[in-house]
Design a protein around this ligand. Structure first.
Ligand SMILES: [Zn+2]
Length: 235
């Protein structure tokens, strides 16, 4: 498995990074870095999904973006303070090619084309964060759940993935009982199947129909920005 963002770079840029990359695995629920921490590594996922979580003052968190093999994790901190503005947590276990933040900054300083590739990625990420905020505020929970499952399905490399009701509730910022209710509705319509600690996508096309327009809109933004787009297994 490749990281699609690295694969999309110019050959000279790839050669600049490759000698410094080391594979690291992450387990589900592992915090790669927390809000307020200095970020000392950049992660390029090969498998799995990392969620960026924003902390609310009442000690709850909600997901604002999900990143898989199409992107990189560790560049959401501003250059002014070098500290992360959100928590990065492994949503689905996987592995990533990693390099130190210094190595990445050095490679960027030497390459205009890499800076452009990063600018496109961060523009796409910003669009995702905005879309998620609007979606959380306005769209129905069943539509949001369908959107979120599609985002994971694109990146999971499998139709079935490890996920508990609590994971889903935490990501969407709602109660577990509410997620369970909405999940059983999607299940009764034959879109997904749920088991103890896992979810399986049964009917991808119907799940797209059931989601709000935000999923399709984000795919369009990534296309416009010429960003690599992950596709679900078998597509
Ligand atoms: Zn939406």
């Amino acid at each position: 498995m490749d990281n699609l963002w690295i694969a999309s770079l110019d050959p000279a840029d790839r050669r600049r990074l490759q000698p410094h990359l080391q594979e690291r695995v992450f387990t589900q629920g592992q915090i790669l870095y927390d809000a307020g921490e200095a970020v000392d590594a950049v992660w390029f996922p090969l498998t799995g999904v990392v969620s960026l979580m924003t902390l609310l003052p009442e000690d709850r968190m909600v997901e604002t973006a999900a990143i898989g093999r199409e992107g990189l994790v560790g560049v959401t901190c501003g250059p002014m303070n070098g500290r992360a503005s959100s928590r990065a947590i492994a949503q689905l276990e996987g592995s990533a090619a990693c390099c130190s933040a210094d190595v990445f900054a050095d490679a960027l300083s030497r390459s205009e084309s890499m800076r452009m590739a990063l600018a496109r990625f961060t523009e796409g990420l910003f669009a995702q964060v905005q879309q998620t905020a609007a979606c959380n505020a306005r769209h129905r929970l069943d539509e949001r759940l369908a959107r979120w499952l599609l985002t994971l399905h694109d990146r999971a490399g499998s139709n079935r993935f490890h996920l508990t009701q609590s994971d889903i509730a935490g990501m969407l910022g709602v109660r577990r009982a509410t997620v369970s209710e909405v999940g059983s509705d999607l299940e009764s319509r034959g879109l997904i199947k749920r088991g103890r600690g896992w979810v399986e996508v049964l009917d991808r096309d119907a799940l797209e129909q059931a989601s709000c327009g935000c999923y399709e809109l984000m795919r369009g933004v990534m296309k416009d920005l010429r960003l690599p787009r992950p596709v679900p297994v078998g597509h």
